[in-house]
Design a protein around this ligand. Sequence first.
Ligand code: G3I
Length: 428
Amino acid sequence: MHTKAFLAALLAPAVVSAQLNDLAVRAGLKYFGTALREGAINSDSAYAAILSDKKEFGQLVPENGQKWDATEATRGTFTYASGDITANKAKANGQGLRCHTMVWYSQLPSWVSGGTWTKTTLQSVIETHMSNVMGHYLGQCYAWDVINEAVTDDGAWRDNVFLKTFGTDYFALAFNAAKKVDPNTKLYYNDYNLEYNGAKATKALELVSIVKAAGAPIDGVGFQGHLIVGSTPSRSSLATVLKRFTALGVEVAYTELDIRHSSLPASTAAQVTQGNDFANVVGSCLDVTGCVGVTVWSFTDKYSWVPETFSGAGDALIYDKSFNKKVAWTSISSVLAAKATGNPVVTPGTTLATITTSAAATSSAAVTPAPVSSTKSSTAVVPTSTATTPIAEAAHWAQCGGNGWTGATACQSPWTCKYSNAWYSQCL
Ligand code: G3I
């Protein structure tokens, strides 16, 4: 090839796919993922097709299949049929897997919650559960939620069989037991309403400190992100609370994001507000070093725990019940694309009204989404990028290896590339 042509080819900017996981990775996150509803995946081909598209969702998490009541409903009898649905889909599609959840007061069989325990017997029950279930998924999970929802909304320790038996010693006990089974997965504490940066977030910080002070391993804190349209904190407030956690040396992620309308049907204005709320949440993750990814708690309004739990509320997700992309999808796509490319997003065929310039990455209202009617056929095209020069060395927290990884494999000093699992290594 002629030298000039060769150089031009080398320097030619790549076209970025406009799908959410591709954009998220391009913007510096590890993944954009979704929960999988076990009861829908084999009966709804439209649902399965979108969920299986790795460009859209880079990581899956079982909505219910790995919980204690699904895996060990009867003491000592382990069942993986439901959990394996998600693990097998992720494997077949080349997607990552988040694993959810171990020690939780809910969806806990009554033989555990209602049992009579000493510290020794309950510790053995926890360790047996972990060695079986985490052992079954060994090497497959990017992260495990080791403890889920141990704090109440008003900032107290949640009263449950674990607290009753061990006091707060069960925190370190659970993380130590998990590490013993799977030394390579990320071990997370996971909870909701941390986003509001109140007493609950402060107590969760205390939990992280207790685990660390006991010399036990904790790698991450999951912000579930079950939020409400119009009451979602601003992008900068969200970044502030994320940073309170990363300051303790743990990574953070949004693990169960949905933003519900309080009443239905949602007006056009409410859908725009929902889009801005989603953009602020995703944007806050982009703004915080150590925020690794975003998972939506199912992606379609067709399958969501919200209307099943909050009567009259719903439509909390990014695709509607007929699998059309909503304003919220466009908003997320836009805020990711702005960060990924440093450019405004171009969306032919839509009227995406305002895309902020490079300030999009730091503004609190990054995107004014398109009117509802224009989003159905939205296939946002991200402009060719000028930010495609390969980075020779990955930064602190960044990915530096794993199946399918094509980026830098060396880390900036003083960080080294540490193997986590088959799907990724990280600069730590
Ligand atoms: O398995 C039974 C099935 O046999 C029965 O026919 C059916 C009838 O209602 O119920 C099924 O159980 C349901 C289960 O999901 C599995 O589908 C329960 O009723 C239902 O309450 C349960 O809800 C789940 C909820 O956790 C339980 O707490 C939701 O799907 C799930 O989205 C939700 O997820 C939680 C996260 O794990 C933790 N954070 C909060 C989040 C939302 O609550």
